[in-house]
Design a protein around this ligand. Structure first.
Ligand code: 13P
Length: 268
């Protein structure tokens, strides 16, 4: 590999699968990865189930010592108290979550989350010892207007505001163009690389060049086994945030196995 970043393939289940179905999927995923000799040292695999599944996933992963991490799809900006329906960072950390999605476009769209809210969530995750996966991405109108790069780097600045360079270095940023989410329309590898490279440059200028070198940047939006390799081979793309395809163990495992290929140095 041309850099020291450990790639991450994370499966965002969104509002799918109850806790019993979650156990079945994680068991199957672990079995397929092991059968195909996935090397967890070469790339990390994580699942991001609904809150109600997390305890069951924790019990399974811990009990069977599975090489799979897990995280939550959202976190409260509050620590505790009279916030009906909210889940705190401390609760998620106690459940062994490694990751927390922050500012997924569906939260931004359906729950009115702006960059300041997303930054507050990212800070709560970090303070509780978890890694935020901070999501950014442009809608179709912005893409058509050609201002997508400016839009995404501005979102990065706003959504990671208040984090130190070291905290940014150990965070994850996911570039998810909204027009590619759940549509079957995937960004080209060049589209993904263009925005991920611009995000990395922005991290260098706003935080530090070391943070830019270390921060992992994922692509998300209609990633499938058939299109993942060309995107993940891009030099500034460090893995994928997968929605629909992460609900099928074989398909998701096929994406996860990309980094098991013997040598990628000539591909990117
Ligand atoms: O939103 C996504 C992951 O967070 C992408 O979803 P799809 O892979 O279903 O397009």
């Amino acid at each position: 590999m041309a850099n020291d970043r450990t790639p991450l393939i994370a499966g965002n289940w969104k509002m799918n699968l109850n806790h019993q179905e979650a156990v079945v999927l994680v068991q199957k995923l672990a079995w397929v990865l092991s059968d195909k000799k996935h090397d967890p040292a070469r790339s990390e695999v994580a699942v991001i189930p609904p809150f109600t599944d997390l305890r069951s996933v924790q019990t399974l992963v811990d009990g069977d010592r599975l090489p799979i991490r897990y995280g939550a799809q959202d976190v409260s900006i509050h620590d505790a108290g009279a916030y009906t329906g909210e889940i705190s960072a401390a609760m998620l950390a106690k459940l062994g979550c490694s990751y927390v999605l922050s500012g997924h476009s569906e939260r931004r769209e359906h729950h009115g989350e702006d960059d300041a809210t997303v930054a507050a969530k990212s800070q709560k995750a970090v303070a509780a010892g978890m890694t935020p996966i901070v999501c950014v991405g442009e809608g179709l109108d912005i893409r058509q207007a050609g201002t997508h790069v400016d839009h995404c780097v501005a979102q990065v600045e706003g959504s990671l505001a208040g984090l130190t360079p070291e905290q940014v270095a150990t965070s994850v940023i996911a570039y998810e163009p909204v027009w590619a989410i759940g549509t079957g329309e995937v960004a080209t590898p060049e589209d993904a690389q263009e925005v991920c490279a611009a995000i990395r440059e922005q991290v260098a200028s706003t935080w530090s060049s070391s943070a830019a070198e270390r921060v992992r940047i994922l692509y998300g939006g209609s990633v499938k086994a058939a299109n993942a390799a060309a995107i993940m081979a891009q030099s500034d793309v460090d893995g994928a945030l997968v929605g629909g395809a992460s609900l099928q163990a074989e398909e998701f495992a096929a994406i996860c196995r990309f980094y098991d290929l013997p040598d990628l140095s000539g591909v990117a």
